[in-house]
Design a protein around this ligand. Structure first.
Ligand SMILES: *Cc1c(COP(=O)(O)O)cnc(C)c1O
Length: 488
């Protein structure tokens, strides 16, 4: 039996590269990433070839062994080339971020040592580090010591965690779901609906409160709706404000909404996944006043702090409530303490074993310091203001909002051509050009572009390129549409 075991051991060495192999691999990876980052300013922001087959990465046959170089070559070809390049400063669609180098290094370290970030006694240091970055955020948002928080994979899971906590905070049970009311606007992120469905709460009542002409929740309308619901025997439960809507970056009137939530005893949730970290700037602090009143806050470091994808955060004003929703008992977990003072991440989140996420945020903060983040966020807001100004100066542009933060919507007008078709065609031409990526949405029933500036790599030259590409694409779209009209 011993010889057999030793044979196993020798075979299992196959999964542990030698020191020489490790160093060679890191060199190859380093060459790859240096090449990528060294050319990031000229690499396209978008490459349009979705349908291409990718045999190397689609093969389910893992019998062969491959070299690192072979693998890297195929990663470049099939993964890092097609589609949106989120590391590019030219990514101006959806909500970009970029992906900080030290964030990646943090992941590398966290994965090599594989510290267990779920339970305090297993890795007290990793848990302390998570608490440190959460304390830093809580402090930014004006929360006091009693808060509880957790790092998630992103904003969607962070919102889910907050909504589940809000439900249990008032012991809302299934038999009463149909009476409970959520107040939000049509511009709230769709992950809210997803959360409610995942939580099995489809029966709750939704009230989409009308917005003012700045796409912010109309407070009078909200109060009317609440009173109406109270009169009709419903149970006003949850008020969801957006601090930076996805469509136009609008911030709902947080201060006033917090007052209403107190008056009517609603859970006040602020989804600041996009806009939250603008609080690092002076302007952001003014715009986000009132967020400290929220019962729960979501913010995404993989957006406003430029961390690579895979990092959201949720803060709950009252830690006990976060714990109440996520507590558990299991015999095999008896070594872990469940004392209120030294709860572990596993007591405050749906996860048990989890990625040691704190390092990917702490490392960039510790190495760069906080100031560059503030500078970059200020730059993003000013770039958005500049881009908005340049576009609104054009006679054939209709703008839909002046950017409060760094997102705004606009479309091109045309005397003869159908506007939705025309703008869609322009969008296609922008995609084909690929130097920048700009996404679209619908506002007031129109097809519109939205420019979202949040990558730390987006600078003035990027915006000038975007304006050039839009101008060029306009002409292409016009020609194509006239051609089509002639052919019909
Ligand atoms: C991005 C975003 C989300 C979803 O976050 P993910 O990190 O993509 O899961 C939710 N709400 C708002 C306002 C967002 O901008």
């Amino acid at each position: 039996m011993k010889t057999e075991l030793l044979e196993f051991e020798n075979k299992h060495k196959l999964l542990e590269p030698t020191s020489t192999e490790r160093v060679a691999t890191l060199e190859a990876i380093s060459e790859y990433t240096e090449n990528f980052l060294g050319n990031i300013d000229t690499l396209p922001a978008f490459v349009n070839n979705v349908s291409e087959k990718a045999p190397f990465i689609q093969s389910i046959n893992f019998e062969e062994q491959n070299t690192v170089n072979e693998v890297l070559k195929n990663i470049r070809l099939y993964i890092d080339t097609p589609g949106i390049n989120p590391a590019s400063g030219g990514h101006l669609g959806y909500i970009p971020g970029g992906g900080l180098f030290y964030g990646a290094v943090g992941d590398y370290l966290a994965c090599i040592t594989n510290r267990y970030a779920g339970v305090r006694f297993a890795s007290p240091g990793a848990v302390l580090l998570e608490e440190t970055v959460l304390n830093w955020m809580a402090n930014l948002f004006g929360y006091s010591k009693n808060y509880g928080g957790t790092l998630t994979s992103g904003g969607s899971i962070a919102n889910l965690t907050a909504i589940a906590t809000a439900r249990d905070a008032i012991n809302l049970k299934a038999k009463d779901y149909h009476k409970a009311v959520i107040y939000t606007t049509q511009y709230a992120h769709h992950c809210l609906q997803k959360s409610i469905r995942i939580l099995g709460m489809d029966d709750v009542q939704w009230r989409e409160i009308e917005c003012n002409n700045l796409y912010q929740m109309n407070v009078e309308e909200l109060e009317k709706a609440i009173n109406k619901d109270l009169n009709n025997g419903f149970l006003p439960w949850l008020l969801v404000a957006s601090a930076g809507t996805t469509d136009v970056g609008a911030i709902d009137p947080l201060q006033q909404l917090s007052e209403i939530s107190k008056k009517y005893n609603l859970w006040f949730h602020v989804d600041a996944a996009y806009g939250g970290f603008f609080i690092l700037t002076y302007k952001g602090k003014q715009l986000l006043k009132g967020i400290e009143q929220a019962d729960s806050i979501v913010a995404d470091p993989h957006k406003g702090l430029f961390i690579p994808y895979g990092l959201g955060a949720v803060l709950i004003k009252n830690k006990k409530l976060l714990h109440k929703t996520h507590q558990y008992l299991a015999n095999y977990m008896q070594d872990a303490s469940t004392e209120e003072v030294d709860l572990s991440p596993a007591d405050l989140s749906p996860e048990l074993s989890r990625h040691f996420r704190a390092l990917r945020l702490w490392l960039p903060l510790k190495i760069h310091g906080e100031k560059p983040f503030e500078n970059y966020l200020n730059e993003k807001m000013q770039l958005a203001a500049y881009c908005y100004q340049q576009l609104s100066n054009l006679p054939d542009v209709e703008v839909f909002n002046k950017p409060e933060l760094s997102v705004f919507a606009f479309r091109f007008l045309h005397k003869e051509l159908p506007l939705d078709k025309y703008n869609e065609k322009i969008q296609k031409a922008v995609m084909n050009d690929g130097r920048v990526f700009i996404s679209s949405t619908r506002l007031n029933n129109c097809y519109v572009f939205r420019i979202a500036i949040l990558s730390f790599r987006t600078h003035l030259s990027t915006i000038e390129t975007a304006l050039t590409v839009l101008d060029k694409s306009k002409k292409i779209a016009e020609d194509e549409l006239y051609q089509e009209l002639r052919n019909n």
